[in-house]
Every structure is written in structure tokens, then in C-alpha cells.
Design a binder for this molecule. Sequence first.
Ligand code: NAD
Length: 275
Amino acid sequence: GWLEGNATLITGGGSGIGRAVAERFLAEGASVTILGRDKDRLEEVVRSVADPSRVHTVTADVRDGAALAAAVAETVERFGKLDTLVANAGVWDYQRQLTRLSPEEVDTAFDEIFSVNVKGYLLAAQAAWRELVKTRGSIVMTLSNASFYVNGGGPLYTASKHACLGLMRELAYELAPKVRVNGVACGGMNTDLRGPESLALAGRSISASFAKKGPDTPPPPIPLHDSSTEPRDFTGPYVLLASRAQSGPITGHAISVDGGIGVRGFARAAGGDDL
Ligand code: NAD
């Protein structure tokens, strides 16, 4: 595998793209610590993999810096080192526009979304950087189409994911030359992505919007509108960026894995539908 002997910590590793990255990294020869809020989910991942001895679980909230420090320490204790931090846990705002938010909701939902999506990444990086310096390791952040383009979220989510892009670039500067910091800017994936408690959206899952899709549903307005939305099909760039052999000179870069939103045309999403 591409990640033989690598030790990785993944926040939000109990479901969605975090879980898919954990499974892919295991298949590539890595050991992984998966951190998340839901103990049962993390244990279900351990039960489902071929070699549970290479998985460690930590039940914690990414807003808790001390818990992240403990997760790094446990990873080093169990696997001997830390090569890769995948900062990933996040919540979505279900594209709630400013005009549909009350002043109180703006106040509380801003704090919740930014503390999970942005502070969560910052605290994880703070907990991990010393160990990553020792291994000349790297950080891979899950970014989003919303790190670059509008309307993949509302103002709270879009601003938070733009902030994560800035954080990735700033840390790439600050941790160079020893630690590389990159991002994978995912497009729509069929995961269990939830909304914030402060908007009473914690019980809603993005998976419902994929389940609804029938044969008459128009395709998403992206050039590769028939590309997969399964999280496992988004894991390749994480492997690439975690592997120093494959991406040693790459830092401060986001790979977009979004079906080509950046080359979308005006009148039609794809110019080659008749090909
Ligand atoms: P998901 O909900 O399946 O996975 C996120 C995981 O993070 C969950 O296990 C959740 O319990 C955990 N989590 C959430 N808040 C947490 C907290 N405070 N502390 C600890 N764990 C917490 O959803 P996903 O889509 O796999 O989300 C992962 C990342 O992908 C997020 O950063 C999200 O913004 C990003 N993303 C998702 C999509 C998409 O369409 N699903 C698109 C672009 C980017």
C-alpha cells in the first residue's frame, strides 16, 4: 500500500468521508485513530474492518483542545508516532440564507459552526504539530466546494469553509519546511452530514437529499454530473497528499474533488452531453 506504516489521526472518523478515509488508509497499510462524538459509531468501524488492531478510537468533541491533545498522545502511545492529521469533522448549515436567519440564530449558529468547522481544525493542528514535526508528516484538511464557491452552504457554512482554506494556507507557511499542509475540497457526497444544534438541524442528515433522488431528478449542475457521490470515491487525493513519496513537494494546495464546478459553463453545466 501507499501508506505502509503510516499513523494517522482522523477527526470525524466514525462516518462519511472520515470513515471512508480511515478504511482506505487501513487498506493502504496505515494505522488510524478515529475521533468522533459517538462511541457506538466508532466501535462499529472497528468491528467492520479486517484488522482491528490497527484502529484506535477516541470519543471526543473537536471543540475540546485537551481531548485532541490526549488523542494525539494516545495515537503516539499505540502506534509509536503520528504521520498524518486528517482534520475533517464538520457540520453544514443546510444552505440557510441570511434572510432566513433570525438575529439570535446568526449569533448562536455562527458560534457553533465556526467552533466545530474552524476552531476544531485549528485545535487539532495545535495538538498535532509537534509530533508531525518529528515525523516530517502532514495535515490534510477536508475542505469543500464551499471553500471556493457560493451556494454550497449559506453564509455561515461558506464563510467557515473559506476560513478553513485560509487556515490551511497559513499553516502550510508556518509549519514549512517540516510539515506539509494541504486540503481536499470535496463536492457533494452521500454522508451523514448534520446541521447545527443551534438551528435545530442536528437531526437532519444530508443523506436524505440523496435518497430522494429518483429518475426524474435533474442532475447536479456540475460538468461531471453523473460522477459518484459515494465517499469512498473521494479518498484518492487524501492518500496522495498523506504520502510524502507521492506528494513531497506539495503544500498549501487544495485538490478539488467536486465534479469540475470550476469549469462549469453558463448555459449548460456540461458542454459535452452529446458526445
Ligand atoms: P458526516 O456527518 O458523515 O461526518 C462527520 C463526522 O464528524 C460525523 O461522524 C460527526 O459525528 C463528526 N462530528 C461532527 N461534529 C463533531 C464534533 N463537534 N466533535 C467531534 N466529531 C464531530 O459528514 P461528512 O460529509 O463526512 O463530513 C465530513 C467533512 O466533509 C465536513 O468537514 C464537511 O463539511 C465536509 N464536506 C462534506 C460534503 C458533503 O456533501 N457531504 C461536501 C463538502 C465537504
